[in-house]
Write a protein that binds this ligand. Sequence first.
Ligand code: COA
Length: 168
Amino acid sequence: MQSSLGWRLANPSDLPAIVALDQAIFRPPWSATSWSDQLLRQATQVATVAERIVGVIAVSELHGTADLLRIMVDRDSRRRGIARQLVDWAGGWASQRGANQLLLEVSQHNESAQALYRSAGFQPLSRRRDYYALGDDALVWSLALPVGPQSSVDPVNLSSQEVPCPSL
Ligand SMILES: CC(C)(COP(=O)(O)OP(=O)(O)OC[C@H]1O[C@@H](n2cnc3c(N)ncnc32)[C@H](O)[C@@H]1OP(=O)(O)O)[C@@H](O)C(=O)NCCC(=O)NCCS
């Protein structure tokens, strides 16, 4: 399967597939309107297998601060390094935009996502108590980014196209 993996920026025609994947994974899912705004205004990278979207990451950047807003991988495609590559892409994208850190929020109960972020070099920054629900804190983590040309992301692929990562 690895050989047929593809990577590209999402575009508005991907909206139905991305919304369907989000609805299969998140409670609550993002609305189609939120995804549509994201696709138009910020950056969303997808991983594909035979043109089917199996992984998605949504990021934003404003005034030098970048946020990882959403990441998801289809259940049948997990533990193949897809999310890690998407996170690395997001760091490169944000760095190229001049951001010096990439921020995210993750549920204290979401151990797989925390393991992913740890593996990518994120460090704990703060905690938002009861952010998702009573007894479900958001952990705020950050990744320091190299600013400028040393980033490896392909600038040609930066054409751009919000809402934090929820609890599941
Ligand atoms: C979290 C998620 C995006 C990971 O996607 P993935 O493609 O399976 O992750 P990767 O294969 O790139 O994993 C990279 C590393 O993260 C860690 N990791 C990922 N999933 C893990 C799990 N279930 N248990 C333990 N570690 C895990 C491991 O260190 C892994 O490296 P390894 O496989 O070499 O051990 C996926 O499980 C998912 O979509 N979950 C539901 C949505 C979600 O929780 N999003 C995050 C909200 S903040």
